[in-house]
Design a protein around this ligand. Sequence first.
Ligand code: PMP
Ligand code: GLU
Length: 397
Amino acid sequence: MRLSPAVQSLKPSATIAAAAKAKELVAKGVKVYEFTLGEPDFITPAHIRDAAKKAMDAGHTHYTASGGILELKKAVCAAYQRDYGVEYQPNQVMISNGAKHSIHNVLAAMCGPGDEVIIPTPYWVSYSALVELTGATPVLVETSLESGFTLQPAQFEAAITPRTRLLMLNNPCNPTGSAYPISTLTGLAEVAVKRQIPVLSDEIYEKLIYEGAEFRCFATLVPGVKDLTIIVSGVSKAYAMTGWRIGWTLAPVDVTKAMDNLQSQETSNPCSVSQYAAVAALNGPQECVQEMLVEFRKRRNYVLGRLKEIPNIQFADPTGAFYAFFDVSSYFGKPLGANGKKVDNSSDFCTALLEDANVALVTGDAFGAPGYVRLSFATGLDVLEAGIDRIAKFLNP
Ligand code: PMP
Ligand code: GLU
C-alpha cells in the first residue's frame, strides 16, 4: 500500500529498536548485558500501585476529560508550586500519554511547513523525527564536549531566523546527562525573551540531578520567560512509571487549548487508571524519588569510575539523568573483540559489541552525535559491572 510522504521517511525510534534487538537475542537464550532503554529498573512504588487499584475498584474505568482529570491537573500545579515556587492554573495543564506524546502535541500545535525548530545536538532520538512529522525543519546546533554539551546563549541567538518557531531544550539532557548550569540556562532564557522565541523545555529528568548540579524550571528563570515556555515532564522517570504513560505540559492557555483539541481528536484521553496513579505519585510521599536517586547516584559513580579506567574514550561527566555518553571513535579501524572485527562508525561498533560481547548500547548516530555511544545505567550494579568488564575486554582484546 502507498504510505504517506510523512511516514515514508520515518525511522523507528533507535532506542526502542536497539532494545528490541537485544530482546531478540534474549529470546534465543543469550545472556545480554542490556544498557539500551532509559527506563528505571525499579517497580513503581507501592502507594502509587495501590492508588491505581483503588481507582479501578472505585469505577474510574471510563473516558476522562480529553486533557486529563482536574484532580491530576491540580496535583501538577501544586507540585510546581511546592517544588519550584511557580504558579500555574489547571487550564494551563494538559495530561497526555507520556512525555513523548506531550512533545508531539506541542509540535503539532505550534509548527508546520516553513517553520524552523532549533535543536541542540546531541539530542534525544525522537526530537528531529517529531519535528519533521509536522513538516517543519529541525535546525541542529552542535554543542561541544568542552561545554559539557550545553547550548550556549550566543549559539542560540545565532541560530534564530525569521522562521524560527521554537527552541527544544532538554535539561537534564538525554543522551549526554548534562544538567545545564543556571548561568547558561538564564542566558538562554534572556535570549528567548529578547527575541520572543518560544521554548519547549523538556524537564522529564528534573528529579535526577547529581554532584552539586542544580535544577531550575525554565519558566522561573527571568521575567517574561514563563509566557514563552512550554514545560514538558511526567511521572515516567522520577517515579519509575514508564509503562503507565502519563506526561504533561504546562503552557500558556491558548497553546494548551489547541493541544487539548488535538488530543480530543487523536486519543480521547490518557488512561484513566494511570491518571489516578499519577495523582498519588505527585501528592503522596516523595521519599521514593530520593531513594531511587541514591541508587542512581551509586550506579553513576561506579560507571564513571570504570569508564575513566578505559583508555582513549572521552565523555563529559553526567550531572543528571541516567546516561553515560562516550566517544569511542578512537577505536575505529582497530581490531575489536575476540573476532578482531574493525568498524568505522558507532552503529557498526554497537552491532559488533552486541554480537561479540553481548553488550547492548545505543549508537550516538541516533542522537546526532557520530562517534559516540550511549549507556543507560538505569540497571543494577551487578549487570553494570559485568557489562563494563565486557566492554573493556572488547576494546582491548
Ligand atoms: N523526553 C526525553 C528526553 C526522554 O528521554 C524521554 C524518554 N522516554 C521522554 C521525553 C518521553 O518520556 P515518556 O516515557 O513519559 O513518554
Ligand atoms: N527515553 C528512553 C530512552 O531514551 C525510552 C525510550 C524512548 O522512549 O525512546 O531510552
